[in-house]
Design a protein around this ligand. Structure first.
Ligand SMILES: Nc1nc2c(ncn2[C@@H]2O[C@@H]3COP(=O)(O)O[C@H]4[C@@H](O)[C@H](n5cnc6c(=O)[nH]c(N)nc65)O[C@@H]4COP(=O)(O)O[C@H]3[C@H]2O)c(=O)[nH]1
Length: 859
């Protein structure tokens, strides 16, 4: 009300210019004007004399005081005002000794604004305005100027009354002149108020083109112009509506000067960006056609409105459910996402308590903690299980904020999202991260967790945990010969069999490849492991039927025990691995407990491996040769190259001690190539008439055959050494042929095409399958020396030899007996059709240097 200076002045002018009305009425109107202007409830004009405060006029009447009421001056705020040349304003916030004042104690006044009235330049009384309501603001400078102006007018009016009563007309007219002067001064003051206020004020002609008459500093700053540049300019040259269509600004301004108020975006010459402005106009103020406009930058209000609109949009379109309750938890608002997630339409939710959403998954302590957090920190967030209207329980991520409102009450704003899908996805990812994709068994990560739990439980109950490390024998051959798909089928079946071999609480895991681990809980003694190990071994030894193949496999199992063989999973796996290695070395398909001394064997093996790796480059290998004779012993027809390793510390090491190691570590490939090249080179050097037609037999490992390039290697060695292909004979073991892959078959065909001879070594010791003999084009069978041993007392051995000889004859193959040590053995062979023989009876393996001069029967 009367916020603008010119409005106040105009209203004051309207009261004071009226000479017909009695002073008492004018005082009353003036007090009302002051109360509205200052927004204070009570007002009073008081005469102060002899320390007495006498109310002359009050508004409202009666209010705190009625006309004629007297108070001791000391008890009023006006005791200060009467002695102050400038008006005085108090409010609760600024009056430090406020509450001690007797007037506060009596009237409980919370705000006060007063100015003294001078009559004939002496303090006569006070004009004051007050309120019992708290006013949390300070009176602006304009209020002080205005109350002073009112007090001055009252002073003049009182003086005039006094003079009129003396019927001194002359003086009256003089006083009238003085009043006019006072009003002129008031106008000056009004101008200075306009100048001082923070709101933009622009005076323009009411006629088009609304030329600017004045504008205050606030308007200049707002519009970015200097007063000097724009006085006399049409207002439309200074501001334009944005975006503007021709004539639009002019149209708006003409509405404005005719009393309309509006807001729009405007561009002003000095401002970079358009901004929202509010225009308010007075009616034409005087005969000169002056219109006063106020202009205000209302960006912050627009922004606030914009924010509010945005917040509404967010509320409406948020994919997250939003729920607002009052301080007692009664639902006030819900958004569409809330309905979508919970199934409750707004009419079913509003007015009820969010307890309707509760599931029974959380106890009271959970909700207590939630409310504690809201009370102490105004915030709670977390995962919670709630129930939809249809009864379905689902997980959601909930975030609640307590919003403390200005009026002192509280609102709770809850946002939540349904995370069922995310949780299912996370569970799936977690499952995949902890399980083997092929078999569904635990993987290494889950095994770690399970072991940690079992070990902790074992510590509490003073028991142990057994770890069984299981490797499938000959799995690689299945994979290589029948393909990965069949290999996978085998692994899945093994996983199934392992699962059914254990109790609930035990764990089966796949570490990768064909390596499985079983953890057994509640182990009191190592004897508890035996039945399970035997059960697993029996289960995995049973053939596996896949759609196209019957697969024969068996497990090699190493067992270690917690806490005796290791305190952590790695140590236990290492111990079980050592035990498993021992099982493999001892012929596979068995299980074995880890024993401390196995560690020693492992370190010996490690030393052997590292020595073996350097032996080739250090030239520690040699070849010895053992001749093969006709059974009568009169004629040598071939020489078998046998590898020898002279270790710098341990001396001669037997091939059976290092060849399997060289195969395991892959060294057999370069080593085998070295043997082949050295043997061919040396055989060529024996030369001469005597040795020129004798064949050279070289052992070839299964690994060399599987490598796939053996035929090329042999061709190159023959080329480089100059040895005729038909003099070379390759001895292959049955196990080398077992994989029977297309690659192996091709290699054998290529070797035959080169013209070299192929011998099946150690015949009868492997899984002899007569199918090999028809599939592979071998030239000879070599009966293993184990059958020769004790032939006189072991009829079975003799029978096998006879069978092999008969088989060879039937297939048109040569047959050679190995390990012939006695004359009886030679006689047995000779008597049963075996024409070739090799053994200590004829000659022991000898260094290459002795071969050239070797004479049958001379040793
Ligand atoms: N008790 C007894 N033994 C006899 C008799 N006559 C020959 N021997 C031994 O029997 C083995 C014959 O070789 P193998 O069966 O191919 O068995 C060989 C062969 O499988 C492997 N080997 C030797 N050299 C090589 C090689 O250069 N490459 C590959 N891959 N394996 C080799 O090592 C095995 C053992 O070789 P060695 O220890 O040299 O043992 C040789 C030889 O010394 C006998 O009358 N009585």
């Amino acid at each position: 009300m009367y916020a603008l200076a010119y409005e106040r002045i105009t209203a004051l002018y309207a009261i004071t210019a009226d000479h017909q009305t009695a002073l008492s009425e004018k005082l009353s109107a003036l007090l009302d004007l002051g109360r509205q202007t200052f927004e204070l409830d009570y007002s009073c004009v008081a005469r102060i004399a002899d320390d007495t405060y006498e109310a002359i006029a009050t508004s409202p009447a009666p209010g705190l005081l009625a006309s004629g009421d007297c108070l001791p001056l000391l008890r009023t705020y006006c005791s200060r005002t009467i002695v102050s040349p400038e008006p005085i304003g108090f409010d609760r916030a600024t009056g430090s000794d406020w509450e001690k004042h007797p007037c506060f104690q009596k009237f409980r006044l919370e705000a006060y604004l007063g100015a003294r009235i001078l009559v004939e330049e002496k303090p006569w009384g006070t004009l004051s305005f007050s309120s019992r309501e708290r006013v949390d603001r300070q009176h602006p400078r304009e209020d002080f100027l205005f109350i002073k102006l009112m007090a001055q007018w009252i002073g003049h009016e009182l003086e005039r009354e006094m003079h009129v009563s003396n019927a001194d007309r002359l003086k009256e007219s003089q006083k009238t002149l003085e009043i006019q002067a006072a009003l002129a001064r008031a106008s000056e003051i009004s101008q200075s108020i306009v100048h001082a206020i923070g709101e933009g004020v622009v005076g323009v002609d009411d006629a088009v083109p609304h030329r600017i008459r004045f504008l205050n500093p606030a308007a200049q700053e707002l519009l970015g112009v200097e007063e000097g540049e724009v006085i006399g300019q049409p207002l439309t040259d200074v501001i334009r509506r944005f975006p503007d269509a021709p004539g639009q600004t002019e149209c708006l301004l003409s509405r404005l000067v005719h009393g309309q108020t509006f807001e729009c975006m405007i561009s002003a010459p000095g401002r970079e960006m358009p901004f929202p402005a509010q225009f308010v106009s007075s009616h034409t103020l005087d005969d000169s056609g002056l219109v006063v406009l106020t202009v205000q930058d209302v960006s912050s209000r627009w922004e606030a409105a914009e924010q509010l609109r945005l917040a509404e949009q967010v509320f409406e379109y948020s994919p997250e459910a939003i729920l607002v309750t009052d301080g007692d938890g009664t639902i006030l608002r819900v958004n569409p996402a809330f309905t979508l997630i919970t199934g409750y339409p707004p009419e079913d939710a509003i007015g009820r308590n969010p307890r309707i959403l509760r599931s029974d998954r959380h106890d009271e302590a959970f909700y207590r903690e939630m409310w504690r957090s809201l009370a102490d920190e105004d915030h709670w967030h977390g995962e919670i299980w709630d129930r939809r209207k249809n009864g379905q329980v689902y997980p959601k991520w909930l975030c609640i904020n307590a919003v403390r409102m200005a009026q002192g009450n509280t609102r709770y704003v809850a946002l939540f999202a349904d995370i069922s899908e995310r949780k299912a996805h996370e569970d799936r990812i977690d499952y995949l991260a902890r399980h083997d994709a092929l078999t569904g068994l635990a993987n290494r990560r889950l095994l770690d967790d399970r072991f940690a739990k079992l070990a902790a439980a074992a510590r509490r109950s003073d028991e142990g945990v057994a770890l069984l490390l299981i490797d499938l024998d000959r799995f690689k051959q299945v994979n290589d010969s029948l393909g990965h798909q069949v290999g996978d089928q085998l692994l899945v079946e093994v996983a199934r069999r392992l699962n059914v071999s254990i109790r609930a609480g035990d764990t089966v895991a796949r570490l990768g490849g064909d390596e499985f681990v079983v953890l057994l809980a509640g182990i009191k003694t190592h004897r508890d492991v035996i039945p399970v190990a035997e059960k697993i071994q029996a289960a995995l030894t049973q053939p596996v039927q896949t759609p196209l193949h019957l697969l024969h496999t068996s497990p090699s199992i190493g067992v270690s025990l917690y806490p005796w063989d290791g305190e952590d999973l790695d140590s236990l796996l290492q111990a079980a691995d050592i035990a498993m290695y021992q099982v493999k070395a001892a012929g596979r398909n068995a299980w074995m407990f880890f024993e401390a001394q196995m560690n020693e064997e492992v370190s010996i093996r490690h030393r052997l491996e590292s020595d073996l790796r350097t032996a080739l480059e250090r030239g520690e290998f040699q070849l010895h040769y053992q001749p093969q004779f006709d059974v009568g012993g009169g004629e040598v027809h071939a020489w078998e190259a046998l590898l020898r390793w002279q270790h710098p510390v341990h001396g001669w090491i037997e091939p059976c001690d290092f060849i399997p190691v060289a195969e395991d570590i892959g060294l057999i490939i370069p080593l085998g190539e070295w043997v082949l090249a050295a043997a061919c080179r040396e055989a060529v050097n024996w030369g001469g008439q005597r040795r020129g037609n004798e064949r050279l037999a070289v052992n070839v490992s299964a690994r060399q055959l599987e490598q796939g390039d053996l035929a090329e290697v042999v061709a190159r060695v023959l080329r480089e050494s100059g040895l005729a292909a038909e003099r070379l004979e390759l001895e292959l073991t049955e196990s080398a042929l077992m994989s029977n892959t297309p690659k192996v078959q091709q290699t054998l065909r290529d070797l035959k095409a080169l013209g070299v001879h192929l011998t099946l070594d150690d015949f009868g010791t492997g899984y002899s399958s007569l199918a090999y003999l028809s599939t592979f084009t071998v030239d000879r069978l070599k009966i293993d020396r184990s059958f020769m041993r004790d032939i006189e007392n072991k009829p079975n051995n003799a029978a096998i030899i006879l069978a092999v000889v008969a088989l060879a004859k039937a297939l048109g193959l040569e047959v050679v007996a190995e390990g012939v040590e006695t004359l009886q053995q030679r006689a047995f062979l000779a008597g049963n059709g075996c024409l070739k023989a090799q053994g200590f009876l004829y000659a022991r393996p000898m260094p290459a240097g002795l071969v050239a001069g070797f004479m049958p029967g001379a040793q």
